[in-house]
Design a protein. Structure first.
Length: 258
């Protein structure tokens, strides 16, 4: 039963991810096909620049909810001790692992949507919502840190804020969460009865894996790896040595991934 529900959750998340809010809101806002505007990426940044900030904000909100709402639903119904219909997992922490896989399914739904011939965006907006579900408020703190790094060290480059994408989603968040879990004990949210963050986190991940913080760390790294295939051009031009150089105008258009 556990695996049947897991497959059903991943299918729901994939179909949710396949809904392209960038295309929908571009049509509603200006009656245009967003894949024919700007860099052609069906994501938040392209909508924000070519359709309007209002429609771009709606796109980001829709993308952020693609995976997190399905994760929340299946956690509430099946994959936590307080679920309406709790399902026994094959190992300790299986419920949390199922929630992570459901979120990743939404990421690939956005990147390879069945409704649009598997031509989608980079899924960063979807990951944004998934991580807000799992590690709020730490994730917001990591965004602020990345912003400060960009402002201090990258402000002289063209399109400096575009550097926040790899900083936040591929480097800072998984590594800082790992560092926090190693250095901080009784008041850190990865530990039971946290003095500061207990009962604040939207995902309430303690209920899912009985205080085993290493499952959360593994899940965050798995999420980071999952967005690499949907952002290969970003990886090639920004993170790994390649033809593109940071700061080139044509490189920036490949960085959005949102």
């Amino acid at each position: 039963m556990f695996y049947l529900i897991l497959v059903g959750g991943m299918l729901c998340a994939y179909l949710s991810g396949s809904v392209s809010y960038a295309r929908i809101f571009a049509r509603l806002g200006k009656g245009v096909d967003i894949t024919h505007l700007g860099n052609g990426n069906p994501g938040t940044s392209n909508v924000m620049r070519n359709v309007g900030k209002f429609w771009g904000t709606l796109t980001l909100l829709g993308d952020a909810l693609k995976g997190s709402l399905v994760m929340m639903l299946f956690k509430a119904l099946f994959f936590s001790p307080k679920a309406l219909y709790p399902v026994e997992g094959p190992f300790a922490g299986a419920g949390f692992a199922a929630i992570v896989l459901i979120g990743i399914a939404a990421i690939y739904g956005h990147g390879y949507p069945v409704f649009y011939r598997f031509r989608g965006g980079g899924s960063i907006g979807v990951l944004f919502g998934c991580w807000l579900f799992l590690i709020y408020p730490q994730f917001l703190i990591h965004i602020v840190i990345a912003y400060m790094i960009v402002k201090l060290f990258l402000r002289k480059q063209k399109y400096p804020m575009g550097r926040m994408t790899p900083l936040v989603f591929l480097i800072l968040t998984p590594l800082l969460t790992l560092l926090e879990s190693l250095l901080i004990r009784d008041w850190h949210p990865l530990y039971p009865q946290s003095l500061l963050f207990d009962h604040i986190g939207w995902g309430n991940h303690f209920l899912q894996f009985d205080g085993n913080g290493w499952l959360l760390i593994a899940g965050l790294f798995l999420f980071s790896l999952s967005v690499i295939p949907t952002n290969l051009s970003l990886l090639k031009n920004v993170i790994l040595p390649g033809k593109g150089k940071i700061g080139e105008p044509d490189t920036e258009t490949k960085q959005e991934g949102v």
